[in-house]
Design a binder for this molecule. Sequence first.
Ligand code: ADP
Length: 351
Amino acid sequence: MEKLSYVYINKELHPILGYSSRQIKAMDYMESQKLICVDDLPSIEEYLRSFQESGNEDVREVEFRVKNIHGQWWWVKARGKVFKRNAGGKVTQIISIIQDWSQKKEAEEKKQENEFMQALLQKKDEFMSVASHELKTPITTIKASLQVLQRQVERQVDESILLVFIKRAILQINKLSTLIGDLMDNTKIQSGKLRLDISSCTMDEIIADSILHGFNLENIIIENTVTEPVEVDRIRIEQVLTNYISNAIKYSPGSDKILLRVNTEGDSVKVSVRDFGIGIAREKTPYVFDRFFRVNEASTQFSGLGLGLYISAEIINLHQGRYGVESEEGKGSTFWFSVPFKHQPTNESSM
Ligand code: ADP
């Protein structure tokens, strides 16, 4: 079809478009394209082109948006068939019926919205189920430890035995407070209320504080440090480092060696935590800093909510730093972050 023009427009379209039959008939295809939503032009081109390969009885369809005389957009649907061919069999005319499709489209959009909401609710339920399980497990251990303690105290047993149960309860309470802290941080991030409290300190001090979080010091090898002071939120950077180290331990069931390296990189300081654990498949690494993302979602082997790295990434972003991971499945991972030595306050990050 070298040239396309309108011969007859069904009456249903008149109130929708607001143009008279005469006005429409006077338009050619080029002119009427101005009334069609640009995003839908490729599907219309494809619709028109498809008739060249159509049999005479084939019905082709296309949905698109048109702008009426008042500037409002309407969904319409065209259904067409080959009408005339030239002596060489080339299609020269098609017949198309155009219908108002806005209500159907609205219903379709509503349906999609509903499906999206359902999927969202399902995700929320899944999260609630994971979160309650994660919170319940330490509470059960704490309760059991306290019950044992109570019995031992009643029997006035040796204090060293009591200490074992007290330590066990404290470990679980620490786990609980990290979980609750992560949930609260997530809420703060969502409402844009995560703020930094900047002060000057050294990475050495932060590392020293981080590894005091109950980690086995013998397994953490510090390869290199930087003593130059850095302007950061000390508690938040410690949180990132603690998260990296506890993940390195958690996801390395067969190995307990962790290498910690601090380097200067231009005007930033870079910290890397390397483990020799399960590693992460290459295609999954771009997502590990996403909220709720867990590589081993289906497995109950490793506990977690999938929030730690997301919160770490947000903290580093507020410092205008960078973060990342290099990993090989089955060999181990290196999680790293870098922050500028001098903090540049932004509206979001400054106190
Ligand atoms: P969580 O550990 O609570 O699941 P994180 O946000 O800390 O959440 O980590 C997200 C996911 O990234 C984890 O579920 C895990 O699959 C993967 N991951 C994080 N750190 C490591 C690591 N050191 N080795 C292997 N996988 C890791």
